[in-house]
Design a protein around this ligand. Structure first.
Ligand SMILES: *Cc1c(COP(=O)(O)O)cnc(C)c1O
Length: 389
């Protein structure tokens, strides 16, 4: 049976070139980067190179990149770290209703610590309006955190405009750019952000490595206490091989950015055309144009997304309902809820994400299977064609 992976927003395979760069750091170049003799210095040089490669992909200085254990850690760090550093100035944080749980659950944790959080509404395509942000900023606001690209519906937020609204009021601005990295051009200086979170495994690098961009001079408390790694801000012996892999993946993402965007958006648009031609009663969620190049989030009327997922899996096709983190729970997606998708459509929603290794044949096969799966499930559905849908 053909295997088709259409969940690149959940994670990506590690590219061969990346693995090749990483391997020697496990078996030969295993020195501790903090050690002062030859092998330690070699490992340190590897880290420095990776820091430059990652910095270049987002237009930052290498010194502004702090490696973490994942994107989730970067999000936790920035929210808790700014809260801690600026709590005497104010205790108000602003975010949106559609953030990744790495941000939302950290905000909930901070609420328990006595901070106040405003969750901005979004419109029906998932956009945060800069005016809404402007109205929400108060004297005691210390941080705004709005994601660059939403992981479920793929909406690309107007980060530059949002960051400038925060800046006008002297408030620090963070963006979770985990889904944006390698999928849209990113330049931290041009965007005007103070902090930005990224992760390696969403750009064909290894799992368990992320980074936080901290604009030079920005106030943030240290996250891990211990040794002097990462300029003492994030202690702990570095995941050298993983970081080397992140660096290589970043270099490849930089080189391939335009061709990657064209490849993905071409296949995605073809996929959506084919779905519309072959399957009735479908709806695309999110924005038509300001969107992640590989993302299609589709509601299929009358049926359950989980049933579609399982039947596609039975045919070798991997997709997700909602986001990978919430797909094991039955709670409706907080993102689809925020953009006003009705509960019935929400239940029939599937996220497809294409990537560098997706082919037109993969899409043709998937559409063929999907057509049969949806028809079969609709035959079984007691509500097919009923009022209220
Ligand atoms: C995947 C993801 C994260 C978490 O990154 P990890 O490295 O898996 O912890 C955070 N935010 C967004 C938007 C993501 O898509």
């Amino acid at each position: 049976m053909r295997q088709v992976y259409l969940d690149y927003s959940a994670t990506t395979p590690v590219k061969e070139e990346v693995v090749k760069e990483m391997l020697p750091y496990y078996t030969e170049l295993y020195g501790n980067p903090s050690s002062l003799y030859g092998p330690g210095l070699t490992a340190k040089e590897g880290l420095d190179k990776a820091r430059s490669q990652v910095a270049k992909l987002i237009g930052a200085q290498p010194k502004e990149i702090f490696f973490t254990s994942c994107g989730t850690e970067a999000d936790n760090w920035v929210l808790e770290g700014v809260a801690d550093a600026l709590k005497s100035k104010g205790k108000h944080i602003i975010t949106s209703r559609i953030e990744h749980h790495a941000v939302l659950h950290t905000c909930q944790y901070l609420e328990k610590q006595g901070f106040e959080v405003t969750y901005l509404e979004v419109d029906n395509e998932g956009f945060v309006d800069p005016q809404t942000l402007k109205d929400a900023i108060r004297e005691d606001t210390i941080l705004v955190s709005i994601m660059m690209i939403n992981n479920e519906i793929g909406t690309l937020e107007p980060i530059k405009e949002l960051a400038s609204v925060a800046k006008e009021r002297g408030v620090l601005f963070h963006t979770d750019a985990v889904q944006a990295l390698g999928n849209v051009p990113i330049d931290v200086k041009e965007l005007g952000v103070d902090f930005l979170s990224i992760s390696a495994h969403k750009i064909y690098g290894p799992k368990g490595v992320g980074a936080l961009y901290v604009k030079r001079g920005s106030r943030i408390a240290n996250f891990m206490h211990g040794g002097a790694q990462e300029s003492k801000k994030r202690a702990g012996t570095e995941n050298t091989a993983g970081i080397i892999g992140f660096g290589k993946a970043a270099e490849l993402a930089m080189e391939n950015l335009q061709s990657h965007i064209e490849h993905c958006s071409g296949l995605r648009d073809y996929f959506w055309e084919q779905i519309q031609e072959n399957i009735p009663d479908v709806q695309l969620n999110g924005s038509k144009d300001k969107r992640h190049p590989g993302n299609l989030n589709v509601s299929f009327d009358y049926i359950e997304g989980e049933a579609i997922l399982l039947m596609l899996d039975g045919n070798g096709v991997s997709v997700s309902t909602g986001s990978a983190c919430s797909s094991k729970s039955l709670a409706p997606s907080h993102v689809l809820e925020a953009i006003g998708v009705s509960i019935t459509k929400m239940n029939g929603t599937v996220r497809f994400t294409v990537g560098d290794f997706t082919t037109k044949e993969d899409i043709d096969y998937t559409v063929d299977v999907l057509k049969q799966v949806v028809a079969r499930l609709r035959e079984l559905s007691p509500v097919t064609g009923q009022e209220g849908w």
